[in-house]
Every structure is written in C-alpha cells, then in structure tokens.
Design a protein around this ligand. Structure first.
Ligand code: SME
Length: 159
C-alpha cells in the first residue's frame, strides 16, 4: 500500500507529547477532552477528524470532537463498528482502508482510514480516541504508540 505524505515522525511525536502536557495543565474533565481533540486535529495534518467517545453503560457516547463536520454516530453500541470493536477488545485498531473493513460505520465520504485507541482507567476501558484520515493508510505503528501515550496521559485528568 502506498505510504501517505505528512505522516507523523518520531521527533514530532516527542515534541507533541511535551506540548500536550501544557495543554492539559490546569484543565480537567470535558474541558481537557475538548483541548485534546482540538490539539490533535490541528497539530497533525493526517488527523482529519478527531473524536473522544466515553463509555456509558453498553454504549460509547461522543463527548468531544474536532474536524470539518459533525458525525451522526454519537452513540455506538460496544461491539459495533471499529469503535465498538476496539472498546470491547480493549486494544488499538488500525484500519488502513475502511472500504475493505466490514465493521466500519461510515461517517464521512472523505474518510479512507481510521485509528481507534482505547482509554483505560484502573484496568477497564472508559473511552477512546477515534481518528479518521482522508488518506489511505494514514496511521502507522508510530501513531499507535503516540496516541496510546496521549490516552494514558489524558486518562489521568479525564475522570
Ligand atoms: N467509523 C467509526 C464510527 C465513528 S466515525 O468514524 C466518527 C466506526 O466504524 O466505529
């Protein structure tokens, strides 16, 4: 598969994690989730739409998002879609071509790939970061590493 341009580099990832600390300083709860989605969406060109879903009973509920348009998928049953699958499995899912993944719930015509990173607290999944990319194969193992670090940092101020 063709590699996409503008993908995250290791050096950028390191710098962004430092900046994120500043973004999160002094904020908590929903304000910190709003700050994180805005930050990720504006800092990384391949992150076309960034959302945070929180677990609510048997569902994931959209709590904060940043991108060109709202999604109709504001409540997703755990187990459904790429989002629900990642929450149920408790592990990051990378879909390099959404048109080839039968689990995919379509939100935007422009989306070509997706990454979903669970947020855990005390061993259980409490939410997730969902990012859509407008390029095929927009997310690498570096994005996984970076976003898992973001999720770990954020979960400390999100509850
Ligand atoms: N594509 C997701 C649904 C959420 S939208 O991408 C914002 C899924 O398959 O679960």
């Amino acid at each position: 598969m063709k590699a996409s341009g503008n993908r995250l580099t290791r050096e950028q990832a390191r710098e962004l994690l430092v900046k994120l600390d500043a973004e999160l300083a002094g904020s908590s709860g929903k304000a910190s989730r709003e700050a994180v989605v805005k930050f990720l969406n504006s800092a990384v060109p391949t992150y076309s739409w960034v959302g945070v879903y929180l677990v609510d009973g048997k569902d994931l509920v959209l709590d904060a998002w940043s991108g060109p348009a709202a999604t109709e998928h504001t409540r997703i049953p755990i187990g459904k879609g790429v989002c629900g699958f990642a929450a149920k499995a408790g592990r990051t899912e990378i879909v390099s071509d959404v048109s080839k993944d039968p689990r995919y719930l379509a939100c935007f015509l422009s989306t070509k790939s997706e990454i979903v990173v669970p947020i855990s607290n005390g061993g259980s999944v409490v939410g997730e970061i969902d990012i859509d990319g407008d390029q095929l194969d927009a997310f690498s193992s570096l994005d996984r590493e970076f976003l898992e670090a973001v999720a770990a940092k954020a979960s400390t101020v999100w509850s």
